[in-house]
Design a protein around this ligand. Sequence first.
Ligand code: GLN
Length: 551
Amino acid sequence: MIINKKPRFVFVVGGVMSGIGKGITTASTARIFKDYGFRVTAVKIDPYLNIDAGTMNPTEHGEVFVTDDGMECDQDVGNYERFLGEDIPKVNYMTAGLVYQSVIEKERNLAYGGKCVEVIPHITDEVERRLMKAAQLAKADSTGSRQADFVLVEIGGTVGEYQNLIFLETARIMKLKMPDRVLFMLVSYFPIPKMIGEMKTKPTQHAVRALNSAGIQPDIIIARSAVPLDESRKLKVSVFCNMQPQDIISAPDIASIYEVPVNFEEDNLGRRILAKFGLKTKAKGLKQWKDLVDRIRKSQKPARIGIVGKYFGTGDFILSDSYLSVIEAVKQAAFSLNRKAEVAWLDAESYERDAKSAGELKKFDGIIVPGGFGARGVEGKIKAIEYVRKNNIPFLGLCYGLQLATVEFARNVCGLRDANTTEVDPQTPHPIIHTMAEQVEKIKQKDMGGSMRLGAYDCQLNPRSISHKLYAISRISERHRHRYEVNEKYVPLLEKKGLLIAGRNPQRNLVEVIELPKNKFFIASQFHPEFKARPLSPHPLFVGFIKAATE
Ligand code: GLN
C-alpha cells in the first residue's frame, strides 16, 4: 500500500536502562504496520565505535547476527527479521564507527570540497543519508516498488548517555526538516522496588526530561514494567511528561515475546501512530500472529534441549543473549509441534574438568552444540558430542558444532587420535578442520573485521540425506560466518567410516552438512540455520531435530 510518495520515520529510543525490550518494541510495531498492509522496514543504530558487531565477544554484546548480504550486526536485526518475516539488508544497520569511518573516508577523497568537516552537519547528514537509503530498499511488493511507507529506527543505548547523542541529534534535525513525517517512541522502565512495593514513575519523568533537553518530545511512551500501568500512574506520567494518557502504552512482562504485537494492538498502538501521521486504516491485521500466540499458549508438553556453549556468563549472571537466534529457533520449532521448549545452558568447560559429568546429557531430549570461536571449551564440547553420538541422543551441530563433531568422529571412530581443528592446534598431525585458503593471509595480516566467509551461500543437499527430506528441496541457501572448513583430504576416510556428507556448496565443493545415518538424528551444518528461522516459518532442520528429540 503506497500511502504517499514519501516514507515516514518512527524513532525508538530507550529510557532508564537497557535490556527492556526496545528491539522487540521496534519489531512488534513494524509487524503491526506490515499487517495493516504497509511496506515497512526497520533500522538499528548502535552507538559504539566498532565498525560492526563482528569483533565483539557475545558476552559483551549478545549474539552477532548475520544478514543474507553478510553484515555482522546486532541481534535486534534478528528480531526485525523474525517479526517481519523478511530479510533485512545491510544498509539497515549502522554503528557510530561505521558512520565516522565513511565520513572520514570521504574527507580523504576531497568529497567535502575544502570545507571544515564537522560532527554537525557532516556526521548527522551521513546518518540521515543512510536512513533515507534504507527507506528506499524495503522488501519489494507486488508493484515492484521498494520504498518503505514506514521506517522504524531503533537507537541503541538509553537517553542521557553521551554516546548516542549524535543520533538523537540526527533524529531531531529530521523532525525539523519533515515535521509531519517523523515521530518518537520512548521505551521506558517503571520499577517496582521491593522495599516500597509501588510502581515508580520518576525515572521515566527524568528520561523524558533528558530527551527534552536533546530537543525531542516523545509522542508515545511504551511503559515497560512487571505489571500493567494503572490509570492513576498513566495520568501522572501524562501530566509530568506532557502527553495524552492514550499515548502511554502499558507493556507488562509477558511469557512470550511473540505476544507483544497482539498486546500493543489491544492498546491501539498502531492506530495511535497512524493518527499522529494523519492516517487511518480499516485493516484488522495480526490474524496469523494471533493464531501463533494461541498455539504458543497451548503448547505445554516440554521439549528439553541442552545447549553446550561457553558464552553464558557476565559476572554472576547468565546471559542467554549470546545464543538468541538458536534459542528462538528451538522455541519456534517446538511450538510448531505443540511443544514448549525448555532450554538449559550447559557449560562446555564443566565436561573438561570431569569427563563423567557428560552423563548429565542423557537428561535431555536433544543437544545442540552452537557456533563458537577459539580454544576455550572445545575439549568439553567434543566430550559432549562423543557422549550424544554413543548414546544416540538427538544432536544438532551449528558451524563450530559441525567442525567439532567432525573432529570427534575422526578421533574416536577413524582412530586419528590427535585430530583437531587448526584454529585450536595449528600443529595438529591431522588437521581435519583447516583454514579456508583465502583466510590464511587474512589471519596472518590480522585482517579480522568483516573478513570471514559471511552471509548467504548455496548448498546442494544429498538426496539420500535426512536434511534433504526435511528441507524438501535440493538446493538451499543459508547464512555463514566462519574461517575454517572440513579438510577435503580426510573426507574419503570419514565417509568410509560412516559419516554422510549431506550437503556441499556447489561453487567450491565445500562441506556444508554432515549426518550420521546410524543415529536417530545426528546432523550438523557449517552454516547457521538459526538466522533464517522465523516464528511463522520455523526452520526445517530445527523442526526435524525437535521432532526426533520428542518422539
Ligand atoms: N570458529 C569457527 C570458524 O571460524 C566456527 C565459527 C562459528 O561457529 N561461527 O570457522
